[in-house]
Design a protein around this ligand. Structure first.
Ligand SMILES: *Cc1c(COP(=O)(O)O)cnc(C)c1O
Length: 388
């Protein structure tokens, strides 16, 4: 951490700046900023990442939230965007060119996967997708034109891990840039930069914001790499609104308190589910039954607020279970104060049979839960009554 302050202290004081005269920072709701002289204007216009020139280029409210995010991820600097996909697309588009090759995982956030498999292909960038649990597969997929390795750990929906030290180590030897989507773990539980990864991306919509009220993204890396990504992002234009940057800042203040509780709730719920007769299997890196539990203990400080499980029975019985849940909210997204769940297969129920789902690796009875801040006894009671 830059100033060697503790994580929780950075969340409160990491954004301090010289001209502070209020305890809570103002929202700089201005699209553009004044110069008081011709020289000053020329300087503002030509400075990379000037934070008081034009809001698409930077904004003082962005700067404050970005300072904290850089500190808690252990990076030199951070860039904010208007969504997680804005962060991921700006990063990837800045780092690859026509004729380049990317190694990524078979398991990624859907938007990341589609960006690599469909959109980038149209611009002459090919990707190879490998099993994230197999370090050898990353090695084997590398070609002479591989420029980037994209990883995501834990990944949706089965909380599968990538060995960050091993992948980063190997990529470094080959001069390949590594990017890690750290959304599911959050910086409270995992810091990929400290394990050798070059760039971290976040959907700040999730744990960093933490209240289901903003859509935002963040990119953390060295000054040099972030400047390069900034030149791309000012062209693409995923600018975070100053109001949402302020809400992100507000959310960040309590990040460690929230995630600690979410870690605890997730572990308790995972253990409860594992002991229940109607549950076939639970996926949570904090459980000893997780096939990568040893790796989780090595690269994570906590195991996160998201888990998933497979019920015994059919799609229909799982849909009925979902219907009986009273307090848990049926909604996509994760990492916020409310406990949310999704019955993944329900998204395809209108277009696929149970057999087709199984063939497409969409488990018909899989439920994903993102634990919120409710009292865990109430969460377990709701799940228990729904299990019947
Ligand atoms: C939600 C999510 C994204 C996309 O973020 P948005 O803020 O919705 O654009 C990317 N990666 C992961 C792992 C996510 O959960």
């Amino acid at each position: 951490m830059k100033n060697n302050k503790h994580f929780d202290t950075e969340l409160i004081h990491g954004d301090i700046c010289d001209q502070d005269f209020c305890v809570n920072p103002p929202i700089f709701y201005s699209a553009t900023f004044k110069a008081t002289s011709e020289e000053m204007f020329a300087e503002m216009a030509s400075t990379v990442r000037h934070q008081q020139f034009y809001t698409r280029y930077g904004n003082p409210t962005h700067e404050r939230a970005a300072k904290i995010i850089a500190a808690i991820e252990g990076g030199e600097t951070a860039l904010l965007t208007s969504s997680g996909m804005g962060a991921i697309s700006s990063t990837i588009l800045a780092l690859v060119s026509q004729g380049d090759h990317v190694v990524a995982q078979t398991n990624h956030y859907m938007g990341t996967y589609k960006l690599l498999s469909d959109m980038l292909l149209r611009f002459g960038v090919e990707s190879t997708f490998v099993d994230q649990t197999d370090v050898e597969a990353f090695r084997k997929a590398v070609k002479s034109n591989t420029k980037l390795m994209m990883v995501e750990t834990p990944s949706n929906p089965t909380m599968t891990l990538t060995d960050l030290v091993k992948v980063a180590d190997f990529a470094k030897q080959k001069g390949i840039v590594t990017v890690c989507d750290n959304t599911f773990a959050s910086p409270v539980n995992q810091n990929p930069l400290s394990l050798g990864i070059d760039v971290v991306v976040h959907s700040a919509t999730k744990f960093l914001g933490g209240h289901h009220d903003i859509t935002a993204g963040a990119i953390i890396s060295s000054q040099k790499i972030i400047e390069k990504i900034w030149f791309t992002s000012v062209m693409l234009g995923p600018t975070l609104s100053p109001m949402d940057a302020w809400l992100l800042l507000r959310g960040l203040r309590t990040l460690s308190l929230r995630v600690e509780r979410q870690n605890q709730n997730a572990l308790k719920v995972a253990k409860f589910l594992e002991g229940h007769g109607r549950v076939e299997k639970v996926f949570y890196p904090g459980l000893e039954s997780h096939p990568q539990h040893a790796l989780a203990k090595k690269q994570m400080r906590g195991f996160g607020g998201v888990l998933s499980f497979i019920l015994k029975g059919s799609y229909k019985e799982t849909a009925e279970f979902a219907k009986r849940l009273k307090m848990l909210t049926n909604a996509v997204s994760l990492g916020g104060v409310d406990t949310l769940f999704v019955h993944a297969a329900a998204m395809w129920a209108g277009t696929m049979s149970e057999e087709q789902m199984k063939r497409s690796n969409i488990h018909p009875t899989l439920i994903r839960v993102s634990l919120g801040l409710e009292n865990c006894d109430d969460i377990i009671a709701d799940i228990n009554q729904a299990l019947g």
